[in-house]
Design a protein around this ligand. Structure first.
Ligand SMILES: Nc1nc2c(c(=O)[nH]1)N[C@H]1C(S)=C(S)[C@@H](COP(=O)(O)O)O[C@H]1N2
Ligand SMILES: [Mo]
Length: 517
C-alpha cells in the first residue's frame, strides 16, 4: 500500500488517530508533571460536559451507571475525538493545512475546557498548558505522518519518478507510526505513574495529636450484623463532581482564608498541622442519599476547629456565609457562618480514622461541619475559605437549583435483613438512624400492618453521629414487610411522606420485604 504511492484511506485515518492519541498521551503526562491531573485534555473536556449536563441527565447517569458514569463518559468523549481525528487524517491527504488547523483546534477546545474549569485566575491559566502542548504534538505528529506518506516534491517530479514512494519513505512512515504510538502509550502511562508517586510522600506525614481527643466509643455502639459504627476509609461513601481524584502536592499546597476578615491567612500544610487540633466522631451524609441508601458514613476526624480560625482571622460584620473553594475542580460550597461559629465541632479536617485524609476524601484538607449535608459543608481538597455574604457569592450547587440551607434530615434505615432477604436464625432486625447535631432519641419499627414498636437503641456516641439499633423478631414465618421511623433529639418524628432528593434531601420511611423461615 505505502509502496504504491497512493496511501489507503485506512492508513490516512490511522495517521489522524495516532496523532490525536500521541497528543492526548503527552497532554496527560504534562498535566501530571504540573500536578494538575484534571487539566489532562480528555478529563478537562469531560468535566465541562459534566458541569453542563442538566441535573436530571446527571441523576439518570448516576442511577444507570453508578460509579461507572465517569469512565463511560470519558470513553465516549475519547471515541468522538478519535473519530474526528480519523476524519482529519483523511483530510490531510489533499489539504494538509486545514487538517493541521483542525487538529490544533482540538487542542484549543481542551485548553478552553481546562480554563473554564479552573477559572481565569493567575494560577488557573496554567491549566491550559497541557492541552496546548497536546495541540502542538498533534499538529507535528500529523504533519510527520502525512509527509512520510507523500513525498514532499511529488508534484515536481517527472512522470518517470512517480508514482512510487521509495522504500525509504515507507520506513520513515513506520518509524513515525511507532514514535506516535510510543508517545501515546508512554505519555499516558508515565502520567499515571507520576500522579501516583506524587502521593507516595503521604506515607511520611505524621499527624499531630489532638488537643482535645475524641471520647472513647461506648461499648454498646455496635450492633452485630449492622455495618460498622466507624466506616473504614475504603468503604466510606464517596460523592463529588471530580472526574479524576485530585492528587494534591502538599509541598506547594496552601489554604487561603480571606474575605471579610481583619487578618487574612495563607497557611501551608505544615502551618495547618501546627495549629491546635480536635478529634471527633462525626457522621457525614449526602443530600442525594435516597431513603435506605448508602451515601452516609461515619469517621473519626482530626482537624483544626473553626473556632480557632475565627479567632485568628477576626470576622467582620456583614459576613453570613463561609464560601469554600476546592483545588482542581471549580467546585464551590456555601456554609452558613452560624454553623461554624455556634460552638459545634466544625473543623478543617486533615485526618480520617487515624491517617491523613485519603485522596478520595479530600487530601490534604477538607471541611467537616456536623449537622449539614455534605454539599453545603464538607468541601474536599480545600484551597480557600472566603468569609462573605450570601448576597455576594453563589455556590456551585445553589446555581444548579439545590437548596442553599440544607441541614441533615432525620433518617433511619433497615440494614439486616437486606431488602427481599431472609431473616437469620437469630431473628434480629437491625440498622442505623441519624439526625446529626440533633441526635436520635427513638427508633420504632412496624411489621406488616401492626402497631409501632420501640427497637433497642445502641449506646449513643453523641448527637453528631448515627445510632445503631436492633429488634428481635418473634412473629410468624412467611413473607413480611418492615418499616422504620426515627425521632430526633428535638422530639420531631421522621415524616412518612417520601420526597425526592432534589433539592434538600429525601424524606420518608424506609421499608423492606423479608421472609422468615
Ligand atoms: N471539592 C469537592 N468537595 C466536595 C464535593 C465535591 O464535589 N467537590 N462533594 C460534596 C458532597 S455532595 C458530599 S456528600 C461530600 C462527600 O464526601 P465524601 O466523598 O468524603 O464522602 O463531599 C462534599 N465535598
Ligand atoms: Mo452530597
Amino acid at each position: 500500500m505505502i509502496g504504491m504511492g497512493k496511501p489507503r484511506k485506512s492508513t490516512l485515518a490511522l495517521s489522524g488517530v495516532l496523532s490525536a492519541s500521541a497528543a492526548l498521551g503527552v497532554g496527560h503526562l504534562v498535566a501530571a508533571l504540573m500536578a494538575r491531573p484534571a487539566a489532562s485534555p480528555l478529563i478537562a473536556v469531560g468535566s465541562v460536559a459534566v458541569d453542563a449536563a442538566p441535573t436530571p441527565v446527571k441523576e439518570t447517569a448516576v442511577r444507570l451507571l453508578g460509579t461507572w458514569d465517569k469512565p463511560v463518559l470519558i470513553s465516549g468523549i475519547a471515541v468522538v475525538l478519535l473519530v474526528a481525528a480519523a476524519g482529519i487524517g483523511l483530510l490531510a491527504r489533499h489539504r494538509p493545512g486545514p487538517a493541521s488547523v483542525a487538529i490544533g483546534a482540538l487542542g484549543l477546545v481542551g485548553a478552553g475546557a481546562a480554563l473554564l474549569r479552573s477559572g481565569f485566575s493567575s494560577g488557573g491559566v496554567w491549566s491550559a498548558v497541557p492541552s496546548l502542548v497536546a495541540g502542538v504534538v498533534g499538529v507535528v505528529a500529523l504533519t510527520l505522518l502525512t509527509r512520510s506518506l507523500t513525498p514532499p516534491d511529488l508534484t515536481s517530479r517527472t512522470a518517470a519518478d512517480s508514482p512510487t514512494i521509495p522504500t525509504g519513505s515507507r520506513r520513515r512512515f513506520l518509524a513515525t507510526v511507532a514514535g506516535a504510538g510510543l508517545l501515546a502509550a508512554a505519555g499516558a502511562g508515565l502520567g499515571e505513574a507520576v500522579n501516583r508517586t506524587r502521593q507516595a510522600a503521604r506515607g511520611l506525614i505524621r499527624l499531630p495529636l489532638p488537643r482535645s481527643a475524641a471520647k472513647p466509643l461506648p461499648f454498646g455502639v455496635q450492633v452485630p450484623g449492622v455495618q460498622t459504627f466507624t466506616t473504614p476509609d475504603d468503604a466510606f461513601y464517596r460523592v463529588d463532581i471530580s472526574l479524576v481524584t485530585p492528587r494534591v502536592d502538599v509541598g506547594t499546597w496552601t489554604l487561603t482564608i480571606d474575605g471579610g476578615v481583619d487578618r487574612p491567612l495563607v497557611l501551608s500544610y505544615d502551618d495547618l498541622l501546627a495549629m491546635p487540633m480536635i478529634e471527633r466522631d462525626i457522621t457525614l451524609a449526602c443530600v442525594s442519599n435516597e431513603v435506605g441508601g448508602a451515601y452516609v458514613s461515619s469517621a473519626r476526624w482530626l482537624g483544626v476547629p473553626f473556632s480557632e480560625i475565627l479567632t485568628r482571622v477576626g470576622v467582620r460584620p456583614g459576613v453570613d456565609q463561609v464560601f469554600s473553594y476546592s483545588s482542581d475542580s471549580g467546585y464551590t460550597c456555601s456554609t452558613p457562618l452560624a454553623a461554624v461559629s455556634d460552638g459545634r465541632d466544625a473543623m478543617i479536617a486533615v485526618g480520617m480514622n487515624g491517617v491523613p485524609l485519603p485522596d478520595a476524601h479530600g487530601f490534604p484538607a477538607r471541611m467537616v461541619v456536623p449537622g449539614l449535608f455534605g454539599f453545603v459543608s464538607a468541601t474536599k481538597w480545600l484551597e480557600r475559605i472566603e468569609f462573605t455574604s450570601y448576597a455576594a457569592q453563589t455556590a456551585y450547587w445553589t446555581e444548579r437549583g439545590w437548596a442553599t440551607d440544607a441541614p441533615v434530615l432525620t433518617q433511619s434505615k433497615i440494614e439486616v435483613p437486606a431488602s427481599l432477604g431472609t431473616l437469620s436464625a437469630s431473628g434480629m432486625i437491625g440498622g442505623t438512624a441519624w439526625a446529626q447535631h440533633r441526635g436520635i432519641d427513638r427508633v420504632e419499627i412496624r411489621i406488616d400492618d401492626g402497631k409501632w414498636q420501640d427497637v433497642t437503641l445502641a449506646e449513643s456516641a453523641g448527637i453528631d453521629t448515627w445510632r445503631q439499633w436492633s429488634f428481635h423478631y418473634d412473629g410468624p414465618a412467611g413473607r413480611h414487610t418492615a418499616q422504620v421511623r426515627a425521632t430526633d433529639g428535638t422530639g420531631e418524628v421522621q415524616p412518612e411522606n417520601r420526597t425526592k432528593v432534589f433539592p434538600s434531601g429525601a424524606r420518608g420511611w424506609h421499608q423492606i420485604q423479608f421472609s422468615v423461615e
